[in-house]
Ligand binder design. Structure first.
Ligand code: SAM
Length: 242
């Protein structure tokens, strides 16, 4: 399956998904010998609602979580813009305590997250969290790791996303935001907003660098994985591109 030919994303968030377009995909995670260790089933709907697909960034971030299993086991993880939630579910499978979040207005997406957790027998917290909105529940989140796949999607939402990320990083000292993003239009806005919100990129890797070949062969695009933390030093011009 090619993951890139998605329809437009201007769907009506209140419109129920067409059940005839619903499928279940299976995502296998293997040990170093290529032996399957576990599989996660994801309910997808190939309609316009973009929180109901497994985006390539999600496949790459899920693989990173799997490969960093020691780091995620026992971690307190919050996934932002989780959509179909593959990376967060892998973290839960590894023993992390996981909160899966998506836009509080996208009931369809939050309902699908509940179904996917049940399908995989994984017990995660699920909450509506709209970036840039300070609902009481966000103050109780103390993640050690924040994750987000393809959350840098719409330029108009970047500032709200970074405001939420900066808040969570400040609320939970020592935490890190790990994100995979599809570089669609250059890094300039991301760089500017990271400086604005007092963030810095600690690690930047090509998303395909650690992906097993059978997964990589189904994906394409310029996808980067970044680890972002609070910039505690003097704020200076930083660049995501090292
Ligand atoms: C491109 S999709 C990525 C979904 C999923 N992480 C993946 O990679 O498969 C972007 C996700 O961000 C969510 N989102 C968009 N704007 C948001 C906002 N303002 N607050 C919270 N979530 C938002 C969408 O509902 C959607 O699930």
């Amino acid at each position: 399956m090619a993951y890139f030919n998605r329809p437009s994303v201007d769907g009506d968030p209140d419109k129920p998904a067409d059940p005839s377009l619903t499928t279940t995909s299976h995502h296998v995670f293997e040990d170093d010998a290529g032996k399957s260790v576990f599989s996660i089933a994801i309910i997808e709907n190939m309609e316009e609602e973009y929180g109901l697909y497994v985006w390539p960034c999600s496949i790459i971030l899920a693989e990173y979580v799997w490969q960093q299993k020691a780091r995620f086991a026992g971690a307190n993880v919050v996934e932002l813009g989780a959509g179909t939630s593959l990376p967060g579910l892998v973290a839960a499978k590894l023993g992390a305590s996981v909160t899966l979040t998506d836009d509080a207005n996208r009931v369809e997406v939050l309902d699908n997250i509940r179904k996917v957790c049940d399908l995989n027998n994984l017990n995660c917290n699920i909450m509506g969290l709209t970036w840039g909105i300070w609902d009481i529940s966000i103050f109780n989140l103390r993640p050690t790791i924040i994750i987000g796949a393809d959350v840098l999607y719409e330029n108009s939402a970047f500032d709200d996303l970074f405001s939420t990320v900066a808040f969570l990083l400040q609320n939970s000292p020592g935490s890190v935001f790990i994100t995979t993003y599809h570089n669609r239009s250059g890094h300039h806005l991301i760089e500017f907003l990271m400086v604005k919100w007092g963030l810095k990129c600690e690690k930047l890797v090509d998303g395909f660098a650690f992906l097993p070949s059978q997964k990589a062969s189904k994906l394409s695009g310029n996808i980067q994985l970044a680890e972002i933390v609070l910039n505690c030093g003097p704020v200076k011009e930083t660049s995501l591109v090292k």
